[in-house]
Ligand binder design. Structure first.
Ligand SMILES: Cc1ncc(COP(=O)(O)O)c(C=O)c1O
Length: 368
């Protein structure tokens, strides 16, 4: 099987983890944690980084910083992983959904304004599959309505919007460092924030809201969202290698695009003139007219030894939210088509050039 993604672990990563182990700093304090937070925040152009155990709790933390009252609304794309929506629901808020742009698969910025009500507190942008969302109109709308903007940048390490890195474009951003991400710590995440006040509150919420003066006196309920120094050690060297990592991801994508661009019946990933796509995954969407669903193509590719993953299923189509009475009778045709007709093919950092050719040939064969 050619896997959709495998982590690329280098001798330097192993050496740094060993150094952390030998130092005895194996829990959530230590020099690698400080370095990881400082270097990732600085790479993204934000002043403060708060490392946490995964990307989902980074979103829990970011949403906690909004101080939502029950029933407050957060606008977000329906086409996303469940993490951002569940963070809002668990904080007592209501996700308010918008459909996707059919070219870029990012949230459709033209649908945002009509969804704003007196209860709207924030826009939670989820950059999808390596390409940035169109941030300027989002920031402009947010500014006009006094809304906070959170970027879920889990899938866009190193991607750029008009020359600025994703995760550094709004008030708060979050990242995942799961094994399939460009930078990985196995499990891991981070929230980036702009102000020292937010940073301090986020650090407190990450660590059970222990207090500085009297440790076991609690003013607020926090969580244990801590990352270990061991995990941070694994990530530190990768930040230095980001240029090479992004270049390899873009080369993999360019090779696929070269091999597949003339195949009729499929839409390949876009790169808008204002965007630098890092192609976290290499997605494709089958035309309805080609008579094949993504699930059928996935079966055919599996028979040929190629692993794929389906695209996200929209939040409005999730039974768990429908049972809560959310999104009843809402339709988002673009996201529904992406879920039905979209999948992604192997594009991890360890894929060999011959494997790219083999995957592209298999896709062509399956579509004939
Ligand atoms: C956009 C997005 N947000 C959040 C997450 C959750 O991250 P984690 O798996 O580290 O909890 C992911 C995971 O892939 C993601 O793609």
């Amino acid at each position: 099987m050619i896997p959709v993604a495998e982590p690329h672990i280098t001798a330097q990563d192993i050496e740094l983890v060993n150094e952390a182990l030998k130092s005895g700093w194996i829990s959530s304090a230590g020099k690698f944690l400080d370095l990881f937070e400082e270097r990732w925040a600085s790479y993204c152009g934000m002043p403060h980084g708060i490392a946490v155990s995964n990307g989902s709790v980074a979103l829990d933390l970011a949403v906690a910083l909004l101080d939502l009252a029950p029933g407050d609304e957060v606008i977000m794309p329906t086409f996303t992983i469940i993490s951002p929506a569940q963070s809002v629901v668990r904080a007592g808020g209501i996700p308010v959904l918008v459909d996707s742009n059919p070219r870029t698969w990012q949230m459709d910025v033209d649908q945002i304004e009509a969804k704003i009500t007196s209860r709207t507190k924030a826009i939670l942008v989820v950059h999808i599959y390596g390409h940035p969302a169109d941030m300027d109109p989002i920031l402009e709308i947010a500014h006009r309505h006094g809304l906070i903007v959170i970027e879920d940048a889990a899938e866009v390490h190193g991607a750029e919007y008009k020359g600025s890195r994703c995760g550094g474009l709004a008030d708060i951003s979050t990242f995942s460092f799961y094994a399939n991400k460009l930078v990985t710590t196995g499990e891991g995440g981070m929230a980036l924030v702009r102000t020292p006040q937010l940073a301090e509150r986020a650090r407190s919420l990450r660590n059970l809201c222990f207090q500085k003066k009297q440790r076991f006196l609690h003013d607020e309920l926090g969580n244990n969202f801590r990352l270990t120094n061991l995990q941070a050690a694994m990530g530190v060297g990768q930040i230095e290698r980001m240029e090479a990592i992004v270049a390899r991801k873009r080369a993999i994508a360019a090779a696929y695009t070269d091999l597949l661009q003339d195949v009729s019946g499929i839409q390949l990933p876009a790169e808008e003139p204002w965007a630098k796509n890092v192609y976290w995954v290499y997605g494709m969407v089958l035309d309805d007219s080609c008579g094949l669903s993504a699930a059928m193509l996935a079966d055919r590719l599996r028979e040929r030894g190629i692993e794929t993953r389906p695209f996200f299923l929209g939040m409005h189509q999730q039974p768990v939210f429908q049972r809560m009475g959310l999104f009843r009778d809402e339709n988002y045709p673009v996201a529904e088509r992406l879920a039905r007709q979209g999948l992604y093919i192997p594009s991890g950092l360890t894929i060999a050039d011959q494997q790219i050719v083999a995957v592209a040939n298999a896709v062509k064969e399956c579509l004939q």
